[in-house]
Design a protein around this ligand. Structure first.
Ligand SMILES: C[C@@](CO)(OP(=O)(O)O)[C@H](O)COP(=O)(O)OP(=O)(O)OC[C@H]1O[C@@H](n2ccc(N)nc2=O)[C@H](O)[C@@H]1O
Ligand SMILES: Nc1ncnc2c1ncn2[C@@H]1O[C@H](COP(=O)(O)OP(=O)(O)O)[C@@H](O)[C@H]1O
Length: 301
């Protein structure tokens, strides 16, 4: 019997996040172009008497360890579908910033799902796993799939995208998180009274991804949630300016923030931007990562 299974799952940055009007169900239709980047959480599951979640890492104290944890919810959802108990100890080695707009919770949900499927020998199909992911959260399917993808609907309906190369990113991690629903609500407030178009992917952006052309991608990066994140956290403007001033090709808020993302021309440019951001004192931590990278992957067990 397998003693444990470990799954590695990447963070994401949204290279385009076009947000449509508020839907009656409280969500927004999106054109959400995801890129998986090489910052990872690792989720390990092993048999246990009952369900237990533990977490280690610099942000571990901010992660809920009860049944609200997305990893626990994933295990419970898979177990319920297959008529078994979720008797499992889930351990999360967390490196993705918490509540940072990089889908760390979603990563843990997708990771726990894949890990439990392997541990229990459930043999769930890819489609079933994706269906459970979509029930857990809008971003969870992408954490399973990785690479680059266009998310339609509330972000859960994925079409894989071709990429022609590797993009070099720098991430400035802010002090504290931002609540995703609060950022969407602020976006609605800021746009009240204006006509909000249906969200559409940018053809130029998809072409830049396909070509692996960083300057072309930089010219069209777009996040409709950025004004809302800046409104709730005005200090982020200073972080964006610090990275831009250090030679980043482009700077933007990652998803709902407050992590800010900087696209660099190459690895050495990324290093310079990272050093300048660290020296600027405008953020808590600085990380570099490349993308695209694969989605949730079993690495042990
Ligand atoms: C903004 C994005 C961009 O990729 O991610 P983050 O930057 O937070 O990581 C996502 O849309 C976040 O996806 P996720 O964090 O999975 O959200 P969910 O759990 O599905 O929804 C949480 C809440 O966010 C709002 N929400 C989410 C998705 C969506 N298309 N429209 C929304 O309005 C709703 O208020 C919802 O109740
Ligand atoms: N495994 C998890 N890791 C992190 N946060 C989680 C997890 N499960 C549930 N959460 C909750 O989800 C919220 C959003 O976390 P996260 O997914 O890291 O950020 P974001 O939605 O900005 O990408 C957290 O504040 C926390 O309350």
């Amino acid at each position: 019997m397998t003693a444990s299974v470990t799954v590695r799952v990447p963070a994401k940055v949204n290279v385009q996040l076009a947000v449509g009007p508020l839907r009656p169900d409280g969500f927004h239709d999106l054109a959400n172009v995801f890129l998986a980047v090489g910052l990872y959480d690792e989720v390990t599951v092993r048999p246990h008497d009952g369900l237990k979640v533990t977490c280690e890492g610099p942000d571990a104290d901010k992660v809920p360890l009860d049944a609200g944890n997305l990893a626990a919810r994933a295990a419970l959802a898979l177990a319920a579908r297959h008529g078994r108990e979720a008797n499992v100890h889930i351990h999360i080695a967390k490196d993705i910033p918490v509540a940072g707009g990089m889908a760390g919770g979603s990563a843990d949900g997708a990771g726990a799902l894949l890990a439990c499927d392997a541990l229990w020998g459930t043999g769930a199909s890819r489609d079933e796993l994706l269906e459970i992911c979509a029930e857990l959260g809008s971003d969870v399917p992408f954490s399973l799939v990785g690479g680059a993808a266009l998310g339609r609907g509330r972000g859960e309906l994925l079409t894989p995208l071709e990429t022609g190369g590797t993009f070099h990113w720098v991430f400035a991690v802010a002090d504290g998180g931002l609540s995703t629903p609060a950022v969407y609500a602020e976006c609605d407030r800021l746009r009240a009274g204006t006509a909000v178009p249906d969200p559409e992917p940018s053809a130029d952006l998809l072409a830049a991804l396909r070509a692996g052309d960083a300057p072309a991608l930089a010219a069209v990066l777009a996040n409709d949630l950025q004004p809302a994140a800046l409104s709730l956290r005005p200090a982020l403007a200073g972080t964006l300016a610090a990275g831009s001033g250090a030679g980043a090709l482009a700077a933007l808020v990652s998803g709902s923030g407050p992590t800010t993302a900087f696209l660099a021309a190459d690895e050495s440019a990324a290093r310079k931007v990272a050093d300048a951001l660290t020296a600027s004192g405008t953020c808590r931590a600085v990380r570099t990562a490349r993308g695209p990278v694969p989605g949730a992957t079993v690495v042990a067990g």
